[in-house]
Write a protein that binds this ligand. Sequence first.
Ligand code: HXC
Length: 515
Amino acid sequence: MSLRAKTNELKRRMNEAFQGGGEQALEKQKASGKMTARERILALLDPNSFQEYDLFVKHAGQDFDMDKKYLPGDGVITGTGSINAWPVCIFAQDFTVAGGSLGYMHAKKITKIMDHAMKMKVPLIGINDSGGARIQEGVNSLAGYGEIFYRNTQASGVIPQISVILGPCAGGAVYSPALTDFVFVVDKISKMFITGPEVIKTVLGEEISMEDLGGAKVHAEITGNAHFFAESEEECFEQIKRLVSFIPWNNDKKAEIFPKKAPKSRHYKIESIFPTNPMTPYDVRDVIKALVDDSDFFEIHQHWAANIVVGFARIDGQTIGFVANQPMVLAGVLDVDSSDKAARFIRYCDAFNIPLVTLVDLPGYLPGIDQEHAGVIRHGAKMLYAYSEATVPKLTVILRKAYGGGYIAMCSHHLRADFVFAWPTAEIAVMGPEGAANIIFRTEIKASDNPDETRKRLIEEYRQKFANPYVAAAYGYVDAVIEPSETRNFLVHSLALAQNKTEIAPKKKHGVPPF
Ligand code: HXC
């Protein structure tokens, strides 16, 4: 056969494989508002950058007449490409082929591209759209999942792992995304659950729709399983491109340095954002925007545990991880979910050489039976652990309240912050003036002729004495009390100083964090 004939034969085979599950299945995919697996890859990666592997892999199913079926690419597309010219490894499950179900060779394709990502030390992106374990392939499908989970764990903290849920992701299949660093969901398209509505109805008699059980909003707002929520697949891909621009390729590298830009000071001015009344809430994201390059803040977990804010921004071109109490939501208290959210983010930043800036304004931990019984002790401990363990540069700015355990947990010097700055508005004490006065002056207030007057006077006395940054500064727990307008300068200076920070952790196999 001539070269031309052989090339034509290749083209014919490729074309056949590109048809996926056929016209009917493709129509169904479109009708449900979804792109095809191939369209998704091409929309996410840089133009002409995608190279596909294992297109001609054949499935290994023998039973239930599976040996007579042709499943193009065995229901998953794998390959390499680039985003913003940075290399990535990628797989996308093709729901049009046997529901994107995971059989032996399907799993082999995924684990092969995962192994490439680890060997080349580049990010891994997985697009999930699958009915789960391929029922006809039995234990081989389960083995496939196990091999993926193992690799997810080995790759954790070495390369960034991004999961995109663009269809069903059910049963044990959800545990691969859950083991990765960032999970993206799209409204009305993503569905994640361990047991579906039918099983729940059979076992518990409870009725719920798939959307209400495990839709995108549920995971972005209630469970926290998803870090990013988008209205459409296109918006989701833009979010991924943005995320990738902030993080390094692997744990040996630092994030790319961008050209320096000043904050948009016309829109974000600390003096106009920060209220004079210490009881008035404000949006801490505006304070972050007043401090960072181009006022560009990329928030993670925006819709979940909103009493703490985490995300990436740049200062003098360098990626920074921000952790900030949000006075606008629950007065910025720490609770079970916000502790989990912050702890996970801190560990991500530490693993990938991203300095941390912590902004503090919280009255403490959320009191309540619910919180205590939900394990706020164990969850709160995660944050202490994550900050104490982190060796990246850690800078803390106390804006206003820093009371009780919240003061310690929000990256105080005691958890080895490198620098702690406080605004003159900072209040650092065991508890707020009202609570403190009611306890320590209880007898005096009770015995007074005018208890209300006396309480007010004693609260004010306490406020004058302790609700300020100067007591902590007198012990060196605050390195400098600074004017708010000087904050960016102090951060720039300290970050430059911390470029070559080295801190040696005690020798151990690994710690035992309060997971
Ligand atoms: C084999 C599957 C499949 C599966 C779907 N298909 N899921 N084939 N194994 N797990 C096939 C269907 O037979 C159908 O083939 C095609 O994919 C499209 O599926 P539909 O049901 O027509 O699609 P839709 O109506 O959109 O429903 C999607 C779905 C449903 C909700 C995902 O297919 C479903 O409930 N599937 C089973 C889900 C499940 O229980 N999976 C096992 C989870 S347990 P044809 O040929 O008719 O087009 C698990 C364990 C993992 O994954 C453990 C890891 C530790």
